[in-house]
Every structure is written in C-alpha cells, then in structure tokens.
Design a protein. Structure first.
Length: 181
C-alpha cells in the first residue's frame, strides 16, 4: 500500500509547491477556494506532509508515524475540498451512487449533457481522434472517493507499518533489536 500511495502523495505535494502562491490563494479565498484561515501555513503543512510523507512511504521510513499526518490531511481534504461534491471522483451517471439515493450530486447527472457537448465541439472544431487516442473524455466530479480511499490506506499503515523485508523501518527495527540483545 505504501508503494502505491507514495507517488500519489509525492505528486500532490510537488504540485502544491510548484504553484505555492496559487495553492495558498485557493486555501484562503472564501469565494472560489476553501476559505481556510492561515492559508499560507496550511498550504505549507499540506504540501510538506504530502511531499515528505510520500518520500518516507517510498522508502518505508517512519511509516506508522508519517501515516498519522497523512491521514489527517486526507480527512481535511475530504471535508473542505471534496465533501460538497458527493462521493464520486469522476462524473459517472451510470453509477448506483448517482441515482439519487446516496450522496446525490446533480453535477454528476448534468455531466452527461456536458460531456456530449464537449465531444460535439471537439469533433467539429478539434482533432477528436487524436485527443481521445489515449482514452475517452472524462468529466471530473472531485468527490471524496479518492481522499476517503487514501485515508483508509494510510490508516491501515498506522497499524501495519511499512512491511516486512521491503521497508527501512523493518531493517532499522532489526538492527536496533540485534544491538539490544
């Protein structure tokens, strides 16, 4: 799990640092962003936790410890940035989660018409075959799905650690216990 999560967190932290001014503005602006207090501090904490935490997960060092702030970051992200969009990360009107019974988000249902309009425009004015040669056009919903999944994964790492034979934690523990006996 940590090897799966590592590049996700590294990329998220790296992206926040690459446009730190914009990230801070988004964290703080109540009209078009999250409206959080102390946006520069919170952006720095989120970006640092994700970037440093991703590298620590990659090598399996302090896995249990770094998983705690990573879990906290995912809870904050889910609540502040994604909750209003429902569950689905991608707009999929065929999902049972888009049928109006659980976490309904009208944007998911509206995305069908918007996707068809985008496809029509691209077919008429763009090179549709080239643009879709790597996959179909998708409309992002930005729901809590990914943040919740990543939270569950880092929560598990809090209890399981970095893994046997594949983490720096394992070799450190082995060395410490060997020296102690």
């Amino acid at each position: 799990m940590r090897l799966y999560l590592a590049p996700i967190f590294i990329q998220a932290g790296w992206t926040k640092f690459q446009n730190f001014e914009g990230t801070s503005a988004w964290f703080g602006n109540p009209d078009w962003g999250l409206g959080l207090p102390f946006p520069e501090v919170l952006a720095l904490l989120a970006a640092s936790t994700e970037l440093v935490g991703g590298f620590l997960l990659l090598i399996g060092l302090f896995t249990r410890l770094i998983s705690i702030p990573l879990a906290f970051t995912m809870v904050v992200a889910a609540i502040t940035a994604h909750a209003e969009n429902g569950w689905l990360a991608l707009s999929d009107a065929t999902s049972w989660l888009a049928d109006g019974t659980i976490l309904l988000n009208e944007r998911v249902l509206d995305a069908v018409e918007k996707k068809q309009a985008a496809i029509s425009i691209l077919k008429e004015y763009g090179n549709y075959e080239w643009l879709t040669s790597s996959g179909s056009i998708t409309i992002l919903n930005n729901g809590i799905e990914f943040a919740a999944t990543y939270f569950i994964m880092v929560f598990v790492l809090i209890f399981t650690g970095g893994g046997r034979y594949t983490s720096a934690d394992h070799f450190l523990r082995k060395k410490i216990f060997k020296q102690g006996h």
